[in-house]
Design a binder for this molecule. Structure first.
Ligand code: ADP
Ligand code: MG
Length: 292
């Protein structure tokens, strides 16, 4: 590629809020046949809202929320933030918690008063000794609506459910349709449950879903896709996504995301909007055509 055309290409990108790090990123974009996207914060707004609080019969809702918020005060996860804010919005102030333990990709635990409180997914519930599969299946209804449903246990016993909703960015579906038109397959990766992931994927016409993916495994999925012979771009926003962004043929960071993600990526979309991926690919194809 001639340096001049590359400079023109990256300059045009910058005008549209697409920051392309180097010639290699611009050249590789042209050949991409698969776009892997992280769900939370990439396809969705990344501003989750607590939409349902359902303690088990016999557990007071205010007490339940106060305990749950106390535990989540100790977590930096966006879900934790949604739960604490949701409790405050319902007039509840968090109790105080000690002995916090968090498990990446699973949830958090802490002691509140005399109780050990655990909040998270099935894996976390299994690890605190819950074997009631019927209770664990009760998350399904909310998940089929695309919500993230978390379990709450008090002293290793089922205590209730929490549901969080994260609206899909208005441009996500349109961007996916435009990628399909250009022959690009769209794959979603998420730490969220299969039922939630599939509900979101269906709404947006996503081709392939990998759910319950641990943060450490995100980059492994990228390696697997590459090993299948795919040319992979990965779009993400979180600290968790950084290894996957680095492993992809081209990493695409949402400019609204974390600095770590941006530093690991070859392309940054300033507006954090997936239509930028389409523009970046169109720009790359046009630039490379010019050069040849
Ligand atoms: P994502 O890819 O959606 O950011 P994570 O890998 O961070 O997902 O988390 C996976 C799942 O673990 C979440 O969907 C949730 O069920 C559970 N989880 C993680 N952190 C927390 C937390 N602080 N509170 C409750 N649940 C959590
Ligand atoms: Mg994310």
């Amino acid at each position: 590629a001639t340096p001049m055309s590359i400079m023109t290409g990256t300059g045009k990108g910058a005008q549209h809020g697409i920051l392309i790090r180097n010639a290699e990123a611009l050249e590789t974009l042209e050949k991409i046949d698969t776009l892997v996207v992280d769900k939370t914060g990439t396809l969705t707004m990344g501003k989750p809202d607590l939409v349902a609080v359902t303690p088990m019969a016999g557990i007071d809702e205010a007490e339940f929320l106060s305990a749950v918020a106390a535990v989540e005060m100790g977590s930096e996860h966006p879900l934790a933030h949604a739960i604490v804010e949701g409790a405050r919005g319902r007039g509840i102030s968090p109790a105080s918690a000690t002995a916090l333990a968090s498990t990446t990709g699973e949830g958090v635990e802490a002691t509140v008063g005399e109780r050990r409180v655990a909040i998270g997914n099935e894996k976390l519930m299994h690890s605190v000794g819950i074997t009631d599969e019927d209770w664990l299946a009760s998350a399904r209804e909310g998940r089929e609506q695309g919500r993230t449903v978390m379990f709450v246990a008090f002293d290793g016993q089922p205590a209730g459910l929490l549901a969080v909703a994260d609206p899909i960015k208005p441009t996500s579906a349109q961007a996916i349709a435009a990628l399909h038109q250009r022959g690009i397959r769209v794959v979603m990766l998420t730490g969220d449950s299969r039922a939630t992931a599939e509900a979101v994927a269906r709404e947006m016409g996503i081709d392939e879903v990998h759910a319950n993916v641990s943060p450490e495994d995100k980059h492994r999925r990228i390696e697997e896709l590459k090993a299948e012979g795919r040319r992979v771009a990965m779009a993400g926003d979180g600290i968790n996504d950084a290894p996957a962004l680095a492993a992809a043929d081209v990493g695409i960071a949402m400019g609204t995301g974390t600095d770590v993600a941006i530093e690991s990526a070859g392309v940054t979309l300033v507006r954090g909007d997936l239509t930028g991926v389409v523009q970046a690919i169109v720009l790359s194809r046009a630039t490379m055509r010019n050069i040849r």
